[in-house]
Design a protein around this ligand. Structure first.
Ligand code: ADP
Ligand code: ASP
Ligand code: MG
Length: 441
């Protein structure tokens, strides 16, 4: 018998009907032994996720305002699920404990984590699985960083003695004994951590789409599903905004060589996307698409420094990066020419200290000119098949030119796995549609 860890996202557990689908999926395969649920998500597009409702309650509590009415809506959502599934479980004590803790302002992360905690309790009861509180098995260190080694040790020991369990996603315990969450969408990370600790054969990530699509379905109509993709390509795409899987979820399973399978709770018959270490040549022949996917994000600034004979100057790049480091700014990309160097940074982080940063850059580098363009969107085109990168790039640039889209920046990842193009924020969606059409038609 193998071991599968199955993570179910918010929309997969949004109401009692979704719970029924989830149970049927789990029971269809006895290998699905460890289950990681999110908090109930949206049931329809204008609905509010439980996590957002909890944040709202906590923000009211923090201001000393009454949040009874908002909290009652949360209670109702859970109680409706419990009643519809005819469970005998009562969460009344948990609800009052959470409310008191919120009044005592124990922390925003604690408040948000209760969405997964309560949902995990319900799911464990419904499945007849043991409930393991993530606060007992997932750890963060003194600096608030996820403590991978300690977690892996404690969690794998714990799972050795547990045949089947539900472990809520999104949170763990920090060094000072308070609850801490991962960033939004972080249940995907918990699923990967559990898969590693359980030495699973497969990490299944059940969501509301039939796998990783070649482009964001909110931008491109019916994009092609990706059957198989490497960890690295997926990381490029998820980092660049393809939000189907949290960008940090790759690491625990990648190091353990556990494949991820993205599946659709509403269409369990679809095989979804497999994420693996490498794609065999055989598979490449079956799937000749040069590009694997397109993704992107808005709101970047490109800082371009120009200086004659920059190429001969030792340490120029280091000085630029040191200035950014001092201002605690991460850089995303660094395309460069002979006498120019550009750094791409997040608009929000950069705008705060803009004039200071530019002043420091002039002082430290002696640049002849520094030019800043803000409101830039980055579009990444990724694919292990882009060996003929020139042909691919030419195709992208021609398509964008024909669509009258102005390219503001070009950067080719050193891995030859991706090309990044900067366009104006306003051209973002159209650029993705244009590139998609160039390759898929
Ligand atoms: P869950 O609640 O199950 O974790 P998410 O909302 O986090 O689900 O992720 C699934 C959503 O990601 C999809 O409904 C889709 O709108 C969005 N998405 C963005 N880019 C892509 C892509 N390239 N492929 C598939 N889905 C994508
Ligand atoms: N419930 C959390 C969120 O909404 C975590 C998750 O869904 O993965 O961000
Ligand atoms: Mg998600």
């Amino acid at each position: 018998m193998g071991i599968k860890v199955a993570k179910f996202g918010g929309s997969s557990l949004a109401d009692e009907n979704q719970f029924r689908k989830v149970k049927a999926i789990i029971e269809a395969d006895p290998d699905r032994r460890y289950i990681v649920p999110s908090a109930p998500g949206k049931r329809f597009s204008e609905d509010i996720k439980i996590t957002d409702m909890l944040y709202r309650c906590y923000d009211l509590a923090k201001k000393g305002e009454n949040f009874d009415e908002d909290f009652a809506l949360i209670e109702k959502r859970y109680n409706d699920i419990i009643a519809a599934l005819s469970l005998t479980l009562s969460l009344a004590d948990d609800f009052s404990e959470i409310k008191s803790a919120m009044r005592a302002k124990v922390g925003r992360d604690y408040a948000a984590s209760r969405g997964e905690y309560l949902n995990g309790k319900i799911l464990a009861e419904y499945l007849g699985y043991e409930f393991i509180d993530a606060a007992e098995v997932i750890f963060f260190d003194e600096n608030g960083k996820y403590a991978a080694e300690h977690t892996d040790y404690i969690l794998s020991e714990r799972l050795k003695n547990v045949e089947r369990a539900v472990i809520p996603g999104f949170y763990g315990i920090s060094a000072n004994d308070t609850i801490k969450t991962f960033s939004r969408g972080g249940s995907d990370i918990t699923g990967a951590i559990v898969a590693k600790a359980a030495k699973a054969d497969l990490y299944e990530n059940w969501t509301d789409v039939s796998g990783f699509l070649c482009a964001d379905p909110r931008i491109v109509k019916n994009p092609r599903p990706i059957g198989i993709i490497t960890y690295r390509e997926l990381r490029e795409l998820s980092y660049m905004g393809a939000t189907v899987l949290h960008e940090e979820a790759i690491f625990p399973v990648k190091s353990a060589g556990i494949p991820i399978n993205i599946r659709n709770t509403n269409r369990p018959e679809d095989c979804g996307t497999m994420i693996v270490a490498s794609v065999s040549t055989l598979h490449e022949e079956e799937n000749p698409n040069v590009i694997t996917g397109i993704a992107g994000k808005k709101n970047f600034s490109v800082i371009t420094l120009e200086k004659d004979r920059m190429n001969e100057e030792v340490g120029f790049g280091r000085r630029v990066l040191e200035v950014l480091e001092r201002h605690k700014i991460c850089f995303e990309h660094m395309p460069s020419g002979i006498d120019t160097m550009s750094v791409v940074v997040d608009d929000l982080a950069f705008t705060k200290d803009k004039s200071e940063i530019i002043k420091d850059l002039f002082e430290e580098t002696g640049a002849d000119s520094i030019d800043v363009e803000s409101g830039i969107a980055l579009v990444a085109v990724a694919g292990h098949g882009m060996k003929n990168i020139r042909g691919t790039a030419a195709k992208i640039f021609t398509a964008l030119a024909e669509a009258n889209i102005n390219i503001r920046m070009i950067d080719q990842g050193s891995s030859e796995l991706n090309i990044i193009i900067g366009v104006n924020n306003d051209d973002f969606e159209e650029s993705i549609r244009t590139i998609y059409a160039a390759f898929e038609n």
